[in-house]
Design a protein around this ligand. Structure first.
Ligand code: BG6
Length: 315
């Protein structure tokens, strides 16, 4: 399997007090001695909070359902195995928009021991939480709609210098399947009018607002002044960064992935979503989503795919 982008991981551990991890009411919360923390709902394995340097980096709607009745409007919902409404002539055609991963309850597999995974966890520097979802945990409806034998492991690593989220997809069955995946991250920002998205220059994108026409990003910097729903394909740069008032705010680095979606619903679309509150919340969020959504990724029986992101937050 091609791994288009291989960034260096967040810096590994030192020694010192241990991170704390506890679970309560369907969520797992991890904190570092520095005060940085991450909170993951078992429903959808949705990261609903990531605080670094005393600041929340994720936006969650005030009307988001956190009770498992609807995918969470905010945080980092996982899109799998289809992105958007599935095409009629594809094996995913009977699934809902964005698939089933974001509205199924995952299993907490535990905190991985130090030195395992992509980061050398341990000491006070990082902690890695693993979540699992396999075919047997799906609802009867989802099993009927997509009857493949698969296993997903989602690893969320909180480190002193960032957050890493990686999705590992395994084909456990005896027939090949095709999928798309996306980490649909809602970043919290202070004011959309002061924000620019950089690192998408010279990239071709599908503009879903302009009837899915193919366009070219000519300027190196994207400002958001209206509804934006764009699928950037085969991006050459590893990192898409969000600046605020001209200063670096968040750097999103793709790992094993080369597509990104940029989404902001703006005024009318925000009004039309019952779970989007406050209605002017579009000024405080922007989705920069990493994924494999241009066409389909095929996994043969027994094969594994891994992709995700490393996000660094600037104080
Ligand atoms: O309302 P949903 O299903 O969470 O989707 C939100 C948005 O998700 C984005 O990733 C899509 O590109 C948009 O088209 C879509 O509107």
């Amino acid at each position: 399997m091609d791994r288009p982008n291989k960034p260096s991981a967040i810096s590994p551990s030192g020694t010192g007090p241990q991170p704390s991890v506890h679970s309560e009411q369907g969520r797992v919360i991890a904190s570092l001695p520095t005060g940085d923390s991450v909170e993951v709902l078992l429903y959808g394995a949705t990261v609903v909070s990531w605080k670094a340097n005393g600041r929340e980096n994720l936006w969650v709607s005030e009307a988001a359902k956190l009770d498992g009745s609807k995918p969470v409007r905010g945080g980092v919902p996982i899109v799998f195995p289809c992105f958007g409404p599935p095409p009629k002539d594809h094996a995913t055609s009977a699934l809902p928009q964005h698939g089933f991963a974001r509205n199924t309850t995952w299993e907490y597999l535990g905190k991985s021991s130090s030195e395992s995974g992509k980061l050398a966890s341990g000491g006070d520097d990082s902690v890695k939480l693993d979540f699992g979802l396999s075919s047997s945990q799906l609802s009867e409806d989802a099993k009927k709609a997509w009857g493949y034998d698969f296993a997903l492991v989602y690893s969320v690593t909180l480190a002193r210098d960032g957050l890493q989220t990686m999705l590992n997809v395994q084909n456990k069955g005896d027939k090949a399947f095709e999928f798309q995946m996306l980490l649909h991250t809602y970043f919290r920002i202070d004011n959309i009018s002061k924000v620019a998205i950089n690192g998408l220059g010279s990239t071709t994108y599908i503009d879903k607002v302009l009837n899915a026409t193919e366009q070219q990003q000519s300027s190196p910097s994207l400002q958001i002044t209206g509804e934006v729903d764009r699928v950037y394909k085969s991006i050459k740069q590893d990192t898409t960064s969000i600046t605020q008032d001209g200063k670096s705010r968040l750097d999103v680095t793709r790992d094993g992935l080369s597509d990104s979606v940029v989404w902001n619903p703006w005024i009318e679309k925000a009004k039309s979503m019952g779970d989007f509150e406050p209605k002017d919340g579009y000024k405080k969020m922007v989705c920069v989503e990493v994924g494999a959504v241009d066409g389909w990724t095929k996994l043969e029986a027994g094969e594994t795919f891994e992709g995700g992101m490393i996000v660094k937050s600037h104080a």
